[in-house]
Design a protein around this ligand. Structure first.
Ligand SMILES: N[C@@H](CCC(=O)N[C@@H](CS)C(=O)NCC(=O)O)C(=O)O
Length: 213
């Protein structure tokens, strides 16, 4: 049985934003059976040698699919899409668009947004690096808003794993809401994706299971 290593307890600020949600959302959309291995972050479950053997960075999520260990949320979603044949086109041209927008979500968008969050969290609010990162984030979000002007989904005409990654970057607690509010296409896209019943079920089950620390 496919195992998903996700949080069972995590600090209250991170709860509801963690990247295991990307994997759980994808699995819910795909209807693949799985079991969750819950990890207690404050209890240092991610620091054990056994866990570090699976993921040297000591982070969540990872999956163990009958001995195939995959870390990194983007790699996991692409693996699950290939395995299930769902949320990714079967032809090379269509697949390339999902790869393209998955990488865009995790590099072109998540990188500046997370860096801004990190600098501000660590006392850099208002500093020159913070302002530069804010400008970089605004630029990328504005460009994404333009791309979404006449599109339902980011990579193809259908919902794909790239939409899970992109949506989660937009809604995670690291993205200031004020960065999104000037962008009607981004807001409509976010709403379209988060209204999906699979996301609602995923989030509800997560909050029932994962304890705040
Ligand atoms: N690039 C990784 C990042 C994973 C990541 O940042 N995981 C966080 C939770 S969302 C984590 O495990 N943090 C605990 C820690 O670093 O101690 C991915 O996309 O999977």
């Amino acid at each position: 049985m496919l195992k998903v290593y996700g949080f069972s307890r995590v600090n209250a600020g991170a709860r509801g934003n963690t990247r295991d949600l990307r994997v759980l959302w994808a699995l819910e959309e795909m209807g693949l059976p799985y079991e969750i291995v819950g990890l207690d972050h404050p209890n240092h479950d991610l620091d054990t040698p056994a866990y570090r053997e699976k993921n040297p960075f000591g982070q969540v999520p990872i999956i163990d699919d009958d001995g195939v260990i995959v870390s990194e949320s983007g790699a996991i979603l692409l693996y699950l899409a290939r395995k299930s044949g769902k949320l990714i086109p079967q032809d090379l041209a269509g697949e390339s668009q999902v790869l393209r927008w998955s990488f865009a979500a995790l590099s072109s968008l998540e990188l500046p947004i997370m860096s801004l969050w990190f600098v501000d969290l660590n006392g850099g609010k208002g500093s020159a690096p913070s302002q530069a990162l804010r400008g970089w984030s605004k630029q990328r979000l504005g460009e994404l808003d333009g791309w979404l002007q006449n599109r339902q989904f980011v990579a193809t005409g259908e919902f794909t794993v790239a939409d899970i990654l992109m949506t989660h970057v937009l809604i995670s607690g690291s993205t200031e809401r004020s960065l999104l509010s000037p962008h009607p296409n981004l807001l409509a896209y976010e709403q379209r994706c988060t209204e999906r019943p699979a996301w609602k079920r995923t989030l509800e089950a997560y909050f029932e299971r994962v304890q705040p620390a």
